[in-house]
Design a protein around this ligand. Structure first.
Ligand code: GLA
Length: 643
């Protein structure tokens, strides 16, 4: 069955509770438990003095209960003695302010002093538990870069210079890449270069992008250093928990994925977004992309409210199950929660858990048992893969380059544009693979390229060649504009895709908030327009005054569509339907239909019952369905389809 798991912060509870917890975990069918994620100050209360008594005991209790270990290296947060003795490990923000201990993750990713101490702990933990029979997975640090991704201290500055020297070789090459002729920024030597600290005006955007790349690499380097120590003692798979989510953008996980033995993600519904449930689906699909299409694990999610949003909403009845099964539908083979037991103290005391403050006589606990029972019925789904025939290209570099300080409109945000495209596809009933720029696209029936602002020649060629040999692509505005040095591609927008799209855009013409431009079909365009000229393309959707808004260009054996304006979801859905030659039926409103192997997940987010046409064996109710399955409002059905 897809595994059920959790974080267990046993350090917060007395030993009597541990024993009770083992019994409850068994009752809930918990099979994998993350321990020692924040254990450092307990394990090494004073420098070099290690005490594993409590961890040993909990590991044995879990083992006796038949529960597997997802073992943290314990380095996520430094103990107070370390930052007191070595304040130089503390991270520094762009304006030069030191971030003090008192929260968590108060360490600079490039600090050699932090690294040395962290690796010493990893050595101890790996040597002690590396061959333990209960050990199933290594959990390096925790959410690397959640708070400390960008550090501007002197150690980071030195590491950044080293990284730049490696990348560019000579300072002349760097000057060229960064366009330092602008505003008298020319460097004579690498040692003149600083991280992009807070400045009086807009900072050099190429420097900003390189600092993002460097910062992502610095944390990956930390991961590798811990993993190397583990490998000397243990052959068990190693991973760390990614944050594929809407509010974290500092790690380019495309470059991290190959280092992970298993891809693991943390995901929480984000009620700051217009459509949190659609974002969950997107994040799950992107995580599957990072896993190269193979099954992955949800390392953390919540049973109810989190504690870090402005308004922390409880889940509606049934929502826990729907959310969890959406992850399973989109490729997860394990569902783990943060955390087992709700903390009574500390910064996260109002974060939900599998056992809430109210205890086991609670609706949340009963929902957990229901989820466990349902996962138990889905054993056959394990290991199967999602087959998608449409790809959506996603790029962290374009995210960084788009959301930079000076841009045509501050309302133009990369992720908004990606989410808009994703939502339109989802409403159409399309399950998309989320792929990296430059991926070979030949196996897809159609490809959607939203806001791929920063694109290399080679990545652009992957789209162009795909269309030339018969593919269908839809590209949305602000794509193809700059090269990887953040240099504008001259000759008219959309730069790298101009010829493929058969258009030239001479000028961006973004709109003020609330403004719109009428479209010929009665709709309205918002946010963005362009002064677009057709070279070889034809108009598919015009503004009311006849100017082109959406175009189509036959190119080689395929065709490429350009969406040059901000369309609402129904309009974008119509464009995608035509451009991708989509023929399937749209799902019922508020319904998500995803196929994984022979299994069709029908997730009814609405309150009304729906009927979905299908024949086969339904796993949740254990019934055979012929012609159609009824999915009651708020529930999920999983049908092994039979022809
Ligand atoms: C992340 C962290 C956990 C916890 C949760 C709260 O996932 O890894 O330690 O803070 O967020 O949502």
């Amino acid at each position: 069955m897809p595994r059920l798991g959790c974080d267990y912060n046993f350090e917060q509870w007395p030993p009597e509770v541990w024993v009770e917890d083992m019994a409850l975990m068994r009752r809930a069918g918990v099979g994998l438990v993350a321990v020692n994620v924040f254990g450092w100050s307990e394990l090494e209360a004073r420098p070099g003095e290690y005490d594993f008594t409590a961890l040993d005991r909990v590991v044995e209790l879990l083992h006796e209960a038949g529960i597997k270990l997802n073992l943290g290296t314990g380095t996520a947060s430094a103990p107070p003695w370390l930052t007191r003795r070595h304040p130089e490990v503390l991270p520094v923000t762009a304006d030069g302010t030191t971030r003090f201990p008192g929260g968590r993750q108060a360490w600079c990713p490039s600090s050699p002093v932090f690294r040395e101490h962290a690796l010493r702990l990893v050595e101890q933990v790996a040597a002690r538990y590396g061959n333990h029979p209960a050990l199933d997975l290594w959990h390096v640090s925790n959410e690397l870069g959640c708070h400390n991704a960008l550090c501007y201290c002197e150690a980071s500055a030195a590491a950044f210079r080293g990284w730049l020297e490696q990348r560019y070789g000579t300072v002349e090459a760097l000057n060229k890449a960064w366009g330092t002729a602008f505003w008298s920024q020319r460097y004579a030597a690498f040692d003149e270069i600083q991280p992009p600290r807070a400045a009086l005006s807009v900072r050099n955007p190429a420097q900003l992008v390189d600092f993002q790349r460097f910062s992502s690499d610095a944390l990956l380097d930390h991961y590798r250093a811990e993993a190397q120590v583990i490998r000397r003692h243990s052959a068990i798979p190693i991973t760390t928990n990614f944050m594929v989510t809407a509010h974290i953008r500092n790690q380019d996980y495309w470059s991290w994925a190959a280092d992970m033995d298993v891809i693991a993600n943390d995901h929480y519904l984000d009620h700051r977004l217009p459509d949190p449930v659609a974002e969950l689906s997107f994040a799950a699909d992107l995580t599957r992309g990072l896993a190269g299409g193979r099954p992955w694990m949800l390392m953390e999610t919540s049973t109810g409210a989190v504690n870090w949003q402005p308004y922390n909403l409880a889940k509606e009845p049934g929502q826990l199950l729907r959310n969890a099964l959406t992850h399973v539908a989109r490729g997860a083979d394990a569902i783990c929660f943060f955390q087992w037991r709700a903390s009574a103290q500390g910064a996260e005391k109002f974060h939900s858990a599998m056992i809430p403050h109210a205890g086991a006589d609670s609706a949340v606990w009963r929902d957990v048992l229901e989820l466990s029972a349902t996962l138990g019925k889905l054993g056959e789904v394990d290991g199967t893969t999602v087959a998608a025939d449409i790809a959506l290209v996603f790029s962290w570099e374009s995210w960084w380059a788009t959301d930079t300080e000076a841009r045509p409109s501050q309302d133009l945000r990369y992720l908004d544009q990606v989410h808009a495209a994703y939502r339109a596809l989802r409403e159409l009933g399309v399950t998309a693979d989320i792929v990296a720029p430059g991926t070979d696209l030949s196996r897809y029936r159609a490809v959607v390229v939203p806001c791929l602002h920063m694109v290399s020649d080679q990545e652009a060629a992957a789209v162009t060649n795909y269309v030339e040999s018969g593919g269908r692509a839809v590209i949305t505005f602000y794509s193809g504009i700059v090269d990887p040095d953040d240099r504008v591609r001259l000759g008219g927008y959309p730069g790298a895709f101009r010829e493929l799209l058969g258009v030239v855009s001479e000028e961006f013409a973004p709109l003020l908030p609330g403004a719109s431009v009428p479209l010929a079909d009665g709709g309205e365009a918002t946010l963005w327009t362009e002064r677009l000229r057709l070279t070889t393309a034809t108009t598919e959707l015009a503004y009311a005054d006849g100017r082109p808004a959406v175009t189509r260009n036959e190119f080689g054996a395929g065709e490429a569509w350009y969406v040059s304006t901000g369309l609402d979801t129904p309009a974008l859905r119509d464009v995608f339907e035509r451009a991708t030659a989509h023929s399937g039926a749209e799902p019922a409103p508020d319904t998500e239909v995803v196929r994984r192997g022979p299994f069709v997940f029908v997730i009814n987010h609405g309150s009304k019952d729906i009927d979905h046409p299908i024949t086969g064996h339904e796993l949740v109710t254990g019934q055979t369905v012929t012609g159609s399955v009824t999915v009651p409002g708020g529930t999920v059905r999983v049908v092994r389809e039979e022809a």
